[in-house]
Design a binder for this molecule. Structure first.
Ligand code: NDP
Length: 295
């Protein structure tokens, strides 16, 4: 059996098209343009690429993009002052502070200084609490993208057994909460979990968010299960000397033989993350203006 490959690129394009439509309507009917502010502290090369892509995608769907690049030695007080200014700016509906921050800055403090209504990353303690108690919140973009792909594939997720491998605050835990909210029976596995392979073999849905290249192999997957690979790992290219290759946390070649459906890397979860960030910004804008939210 060879699983269906879930095309995250195509799915993300359809999410972005819906966002763009909504933005057009907001402008035409309410004279409102959603705005996303992205704050980058320092010169981390990967973060710079992410921030550039976010800015480009924001403009492409017709929203306003505000980029704030600060030097690596920016003081906490200066960063908090900028966030406060963005909190109060009515043209800014979403604020994202690119992580990781330089060591001298307290990430928790900085994230929690963004007003929850503009916290489009969904990392503010209030949004985390609201999500885990089933209240309306801002939902972290990567798990939201995974959930959208799962719902699209399965329709209802009710009653399915899901194993989430990884318990980070940005992926594993919110993913588990979202699946629980959709009435899955959820198990969270992590580095101390015993016999993780056997556990995964019980799952109708496996979400791998580990950061270990190709750890989850076909032998871990129950026949017909859905496999969502969140991992982004750069490894030395097996055939091209001196080159690198992007792989996920799942060994795609063996897992695709067992899975009913599977996301590839690249082209799976990755593109959905930015699309969900744009969708969250529109949601924040609608809420700020007392307007109907997109579905
Ligand atoms: P973290 O490093 O924060 O968390 C990794 C989790 O995996 C931890 O809970 C850890 O367990 C668990 N883990 C590590 N080793 C093992 C193991 N051998 N067996 C079982 N569990 C293990 O990573 P993130 O959650 O931030 O990211 C996970 C992956 O997803 C990374 O590859 C990252 O690059 C990618 N990512 C992709 C995004 C996208 O847009 N596609 C967005 C965000 C992340 P413990 O808690 O016990 O240490």
């Amino acid at each position: 059996m060879t699983g269906k490959i879930i095309d995250g690129k195509e799915f993300a394009a359809s999410v972005r098209a819906k966002v763009a439509e909504h933005v057009t309507r907001l402008k035409a009917d309410h004279d409102v343009t959603p705005g996303l502010a992205v704050v980058l502290v320092g010169q981390d090369a990967a973060s710079e690429v992410y921030v550039r892509n976010k800015g480009k995608s924001t403009l492409e769907v017709g929203m306003n993009s505000y980029e704030h690049k600060l030097p690596a030695d920016t003081s906490e007080a200066d960063l908090l002052a900028l966030i406060n200014q963005l909190n109060e700016d009515p043209a800014v509906h979403g604020i994202l502070c690119q992580l990781p921050l330089p060591d001298h800055l307290n990430e928790e403090l900085v994230i929690n200084s963004i007003v929850p209504e503009k916290d489009v990353d969904g990392f503010h303690i209030s949004n985390v609490g609201r999500l885990s108690t089933g209240q309306k919140s801002m939902v972290p973009c990567t798990p939201l993208g995974c959930l959208m792909m799962l719902r699209d594939h399965h329709g209802s997720l009710s009653g399915l057994n899901a194993v989430v491998v990884g318990r980070s605050n940005i992926v594993g835990k919110p993913m588990a909460n979202l699946l629980l909210k959709d009435s899955c029976t959820v198990t969270i596995a992590h580095s101390r979990t015993k016999d993780i392979e056997a556990l995964c073999r019980t799952a109708d849905i496996v979400v791998a968010a580990v950061g270990r290249p190709e750890m989850v192999t076909g032998e871990w997957i129950k026949d017909g299960a859905t496999v969502i690979d969140v991992g982004i790992n750069r490894i030395p290219h097996p055939e091209k000397e001196g080159k690198t290759k992007l792989v996920g946390d799942v060994d795609f070649a063996s897992a695709v033989e067992k899975a009913g459906a599977i996301t590839p890397v690249p082209g799976g979860v990755g593109p959905m993350t930015i699309a969900c960030l744009l969708a969250n910004t529109v949601t924040a804008c609608c809420r700020a203006n007392g307007l109907d939210e997109p579905d």
